[in-house]
Design a protein. Structure first.
Length: 39
């Protein structure tokens, strides 16, 4: 039972980390794109 809890918790944290990484990357690329457009 405790093992299941730990597994789901680490899975949740990994998912949150992955999501923030993807969002951060998309934000960084979007920012670069905007800077290129503005010149």
């Amino acid at each position: 039972m405790l093992n299941q809890l730990l597994n789901s918790r680490s899975e949740c944290e990994a998912r949150r980390h992955w999501r923030s990484h993807v969002i951060g990357r998309a934000y960084g690329e979007g920012k670069l794109h905007v800077e290129q457009l503005l010149g």
